[in-house]
Design a binder for this molecule. Structure first.
Ligand SMILES: Cc1cc2nc3c(=O)[nH]c(=O)nc-3n(C[C@H](O)[C@H](O)[C@H](O)COP(=O)(O)OP(=O)(O)OC[C@H]3O[C@@H](n4cnc5c(N)ncnc54)[C@H](O)[C@@H]3O)c2cc1C
Length: 382
């Protein structure tokens, strides 16, 4: 693709956020959009994630975003004309203490009030939903049947392909090295391929968003947090249709359609860590957790093990909106749930930037909330 020195919109980052935002902007009529990616599409967190999609959240904002995300995913294959690998086996949340179960039920009440049909299920019903499950030590379960997971590569490639058909330019292996600010406005970016003048710059750099922000003198409180994850060889398909998740148990487990299991845990204490290394301690711990919950996995082999970065914020909620530097927007800080929220976040930001009313008012996700002390603390994360 021929290099451009001028664009209407420059988007930094070729993950789900950057690509979905580009697609919705183009669909809503913005012209001359350029996506810049220092690696390749999906080489950041998006291509490394567990790809779960849920509306079982603990804050009103995330419930609304999660539900709207499900609405989008359910018709996305038709809209884009390409597959996203959506698999709606639900999310089965597992509580290991009365206190945790009460918290899940409190979240369920909020979800139900907002139209998310989460319900409590018994151990027997949980076993019906997930035939391989051994969770006799669990105190309770909640389940939302519309939740599930999709394929992050298929989804992001589909958005990119259709965005390109709508005229979006995508440059891979092109690192943004500076954001040019004149008179308090972002007016372009420097890259390893040259400078681009732009009327609008959108920071979708995931765990590196605070680095891009700093280039324009904006301080974001975000950080990268390394998470390990693995995939096993297949077991019989259909033994674990839902995403199994526990906040106190600290795990998420899903089965791919061909039978492999993808699973991960979170590091304790949310440490800042940008290194994409892997450890044998993770494999040992994860295998023990997996074998206990799904005894059918005993003795199977691990096929691959990798790590990726959560793009964390202090309250576990995203940052969407303009900064003190005009025409410089962020859509970042998804704190481990950016794959599922990417489509709806891209859509509402694009609606805002094309002069229409966003489906969800996201003004409270402004980054200034941290300075004001108005945190939107999401309890339903590991
Ligand atoms: C192990 C793991 C499991 C997860 N599980 C889930 C899950 O089940 N469900 C869910 O919703 N989310 C999950 N997530 C979180 C999810 O992956 C992220 O929130 C989401 O992918 C963020 O998308 P993004 O586009 O903002 O970031 P990314 O996909 O990281 O994209 C940002 C891109 O910006 C590029 N970039 C950075 N700096 C520059 C620069 N200077 N110039 C040009 N490009 C640059 C990077 O190369 C990168 O490709 C998980 C994450 C991990 C690591």
């Amino acid at each position: 693709m021929e290099w451009k020195n001028k664009a209407d919109v420059v988007i930094v980052g070729g993950g789900i956020l950057g690509v979905a935002t580009a697609y919705y902007l183009a669909k809503l009529g913005r012209k001359d959009i350029v996506v810049l990616e220092k690696g390749t599409v999906c080489s950041g967190s998006t291509g490394r994630c567990g790809a779960g999609i849920r509306a079982q959240w603990g804050t009103e904002m995330n419930c609304r975003l999660g539900l709207a995300a499900l609405d989008i995913f359910e018709q996305l294959d038709d809209e884009l004309g390409l597959p996203t690998g959506l698999n709606q086996g639900g999310y089965l949340l597992v509580a290991y203490s009365e206190k945790e179960f009460e918290n899940l039920k409190k979240g369920m009440k909020l979800q139900n009030d907002l139209g998310v049909k989460t319900r409590v299920v018994s151990l027997a019903e949980a076993r019906g939903i997930c035939p391989a499950l051994d969770a006799s030590d669990a105190v309770g379960f909640t389940y939302h049947a519309r939740d599930g997971h999709a394929d992050p590569f298929l989804t992001t490639f589909a958005y990119l392909e259709v965005a390109k058909r709508l005229g979006v330019s995508y440059f891979r292996r092109t690192e943004v090295t500076g954001v040019t600010v004149k008179g308090g406005k972002a007016v372009g970016v420097d890259t390893t391929k040259g400078h681009i003048d732009a009327d609008l710059v959108i920071n979708c750099a995931g765990a590196y968003a605070q680095v891009i922000a700093k280039m324009a003198g904006v301080d974001l409180p975000n950080w990268g947090e390394r998470h390990e994850i693995m995939i096993t060889e297949p077991v019989e398909p259909g033994v674990c249709p839902p995403m199994l998740m526990s906040f106190s148990g600290n795990y998420y487990i899903q089965q791919r359609p061909h039978g492999s299991i993808i699973c991960g845990v979170s590091p304790k204490g949310h440490p800042q860590d940008f290194e994409l290394r892997t450890t044998w301690q993770f494999i040992t711990h994860m295998s023990t957790v997996l074998n206990k919950l799904l005894p059918v996995t005993k003795g199977i082999r691990i096929v691959r093990h990798w790590s990726g970065l959560y793009d964390m914020t202090p309250d576990g909620s995203p940052i969407i909106g303009e900064t003190d530097v005009k025409n410089f927007y962020h859509s970042t800080g998804y704190s481990g749930h950016g794959f599922m929220l990417g489509p709806i976040a891209g859509k509402i930001l694009a609606q805002h930037l094309t002069g229409s009313k966003p489906d969800i008012d996201f003004s409270m996700l402004d980054y200034r909330r941290f300075a004001r002390g108005e945190l939107i603390v999401e309890p339903n994360i590991t």
